[in-house]
Design a binder for this molecule. Structure first.
Ligand SMILES: Nc1nc2c(c(=O)[nH]1)N[C@H]1C(S)=C(S)[C@@H](COP(=O)(O)O)O[C@H]1N2
Ligand SMILES: [Mo]
Length: 426
């Protein structure tokens, strides 16, 4: 039985690693190594550096992802530490996304507590601009009225790989989005229990994860109005089960319609502030977009950047999957989802001739305004050839998805239309 990093003492254990390996290893695992046990998992993770494995030493961050059930099967993995992975659109066809198909986006390591599903000593602290500071246990949270809601959760960087010129950051394709069912207490009820002071304007949300690169722990916040919205939740369950390690055990925020980074995982503290939260991830170019349209490749001065909040109108084609061959004259089932942040979907139209002509699809209403809509139709191709199925969603403000991706320095809020190529060989 191997010892944990704590038992062994992190320094002693590093001494056991030969110098050359140690340098790479330290670069790879950084600070988060201190927080994860070495011994609890068997060796055998494919991603693990062979040299270390042969010496009976296992890079912790990678093993931690494995212990958290990652990667999920059929996942497109962008990075292992921190772990980031998504699913191809045709794997996201379900009305309610099963946990097994929900993308994972981490800025740092997964807390050991989450991997162990350990509630011992866990508390959610509510502090700052409140009359009464609270330290809530899981039992306390479970005593608040519990709300169940399907909510679209989408990373601000979803679609980043479609930006031209290329931008830095995880190269998400289209699959950093999902719509699962979340259950938990209203953040409003919890904040009311603490009693907001009139000076409260913003939250600062904190979690139990630590970045691998020594940077400030991931923390973002939301305006008090959004925090007090009846749909904003402290989720304790995902698709009917206790939150999985990768998705924020034991508690996370669900901020409907807003970018995923607002939905703090492994939540353990909410500090109510008398001004806009000013953590690293709220500042500079992080999760911020230019106040006005800019030319592709331009970098506006930092004072012209604004905090990204709600998503814009968007859709996904989940049927058919790309590059399938069909026969002329036979109807093909076309299907997908659409969502629009805090707005409603008005319609989704499709084209098979590069946008010359459009036809209506049947829109299926969601279970609530923050779940995704579904749309479907049948298409019949009369002649052989190469085609692209294009889908374009409109919201109730009249906004529709663009044909060319408007550009911003970090590749946020991409909503360019989805195109699925098909061919009719004969
Ligand atoms: N504590 C913490 N919360 C976090 C993150 C994180 O790295 N740490 N990532 C955020 C981002 S950028 C996104 S898109 C969502 C992803 O949620 P998921 O992994 O459950 O899909 O979690 C958000 N909450
Ligand atoms: Mo994100």
């Amino acid at each position: 039985m191997q010892k944990t990093a704590h038992e062994l003492g992190f320094t002693d254990w590093l001494e056991a690693v030969p110098d050359t390996t140690r340098r790479d290893f330290l670069a790879k695992v950084g600070k988060s190594a201190l927080f994860v046990s070495l011994g609890m998992f068997g060796a055998g993770c494919e991603a693990v550096d062979r040299g270390l494995l042969d010496r009976g030493l296992t890079p912790i961050v990678l093993v931690e992802a494995q212990a958290a059930g990652l990667p999920k099967s059929d996942m497109l993995v962008h990075s292992e530490s921190p772990f980031n992975g998504e699913f191809a659109p045709h794997l996201l066809n379900d009305d309610v996304t099963p946990t097994a198909r929900h993308f994972v986006r981490n800025n740092g390591g997964i807390p050991e507590r989450a991997v162990r599903q350990d509630l011992d000593g866990w508390q959610l602290v509510i502090e700052g601009e409140v009359h009464k500071e609270l330290a809530l246990s899981m039992d306390d949270l479970a005593r608040f009225p519990q709300v169940t809601m399907e909510v679209v959760l989408e990373c601000a960087g979803n679609g980043r790989s479609l930006f031209e010129p290329k931008v830095s950051g995880t190269p998400w394709q289209r699959g950093a989005v999902a719509c699962s069912e979340w259950m938990g207490a209203r953040l409003r009820d919890v904040l009311q229990a603490a009693g907001l002071k009139p000076t409260a304007v913003y939250t600062g949300n904190y979690g139990g994860d630590i970045p691998d690169d020594g940077s400030e722990p991931f923390s973002r916040g939301i305006p008090i109005e959004k925090a007090m919205d009846e749909h904003t939740l402290i989720a304790l369950k995902m698709n009917g089960e206790v939150l999985p390690a990768a998705h924020g055990f034991p508690a996370r925020l669900i901020v409907p319609g807003w970018i995923g980074s607002a939905m703090q995982k492994w939540l353990n503290r909410i500090s109510v502030r008398d001004k806009v939260h000013d953590s690293e991830k709220m500042s500079g170019y992080s999760y911020r977009i230019p106040a006005y349209p800019i030319a592709p490749g331009d970098k506006p001065p930092v004072e012209d950047m604004r905090i990204a909040t709600a998503w814009q109108v968007k859709s996904l084609i989940t049927r058919p999957e790309p590059h399938l061959k069909f026969s002329a004259g036979i109807p093909i089932q076309i299907r997908g989802h659409a969502w629009a942040g805090e707005n409603q979907i008005d319609k989704v139209v499709v084209s098979t001739d590069f946008g010359l002509q459009w036809q209506a699809t049947q829109l299926i209403q969601p279970s609530n305004r923050y779940a995704w809509y579904h749309w479907e139709t049948e298409l019949t191709f009369a002649n052989r050839g190469y085609y692209e199925i294009w889908a374009r969603a409109y919201d109730d403000t009249g906004a529709a998805q663009p044909f060319t991706q408007p550009w911003n320095p970090k590749g946020y809020l991409g909503n360019v239309i989805h195109r699925v190529p098909v061919s009719i060989p004969v």
